[in-house]
Design a binder for this molecule. Sequence first.
Ligand code: CA
Length: 232
Amino acid sequence: MAHVLLVEDDPAIAQPLARALARAEHRVTLVEDGPTALDRALAGGFDVMVLDLGLPGMDGLEVCRGIRREDARLPILVLTARTQEIDVVMGLRAGADDYVTKPFRPRELMARVDALVRRTSSAVVPRTLRVQDVVIHIDARKVYRNTDEISLSRMEFDLLYALMNEAGTTVTRERLMREVWRTHWFGSSKTLDMHVSWLRRKLGDSATDSRYITTVRGVGLRFEQDEPTPDA
Ligand code: CA
């Protein structure tokens, strides 16, 4: 859970976004103009700021610069329809950490928010996770098998992290859909199966004779704590 400062003056964007963040168990403070956004951000207490650029009173870029003059640490995710300004937003002149272009899918935004929160709250979570010979460097979002780096997509990484974080126990499909994809959809979860299959391939694992990821039929998936013992 993170305390999110959501700055967006368009209720058609702000309201569904606030609800989605709340559903993901984040605390949300909604602000609708630039000067208030800057005041609240500088007053502190937030884990991440989601900042629209076109705001009444003070432009989002000004808000961003104002924060960076005082506080180098608050992670800022910019919402923008102005793709030509992305370089400015991300560069030294404004100092945002990430951006999402409008229109965006809420799921994408949530994943970015989570990534920013994880990056900055790393002092309280373990920095690496090792199970068998697979190691996750959480802050850097890198994965190694032995010493070989495995390149994963963002969702593959989140899925692997969710499984390895509870290695040895079966994580239900519903929970994976909820935690990795931020959805409560309990229907067919083909996208989960696809990501599992890609992940297995990248880890050099097989579905029929799994070393890492075991499918527990009708329930979910389990990252094995120990290497399987050879058949006698
Ligand atoms: Ca706006």
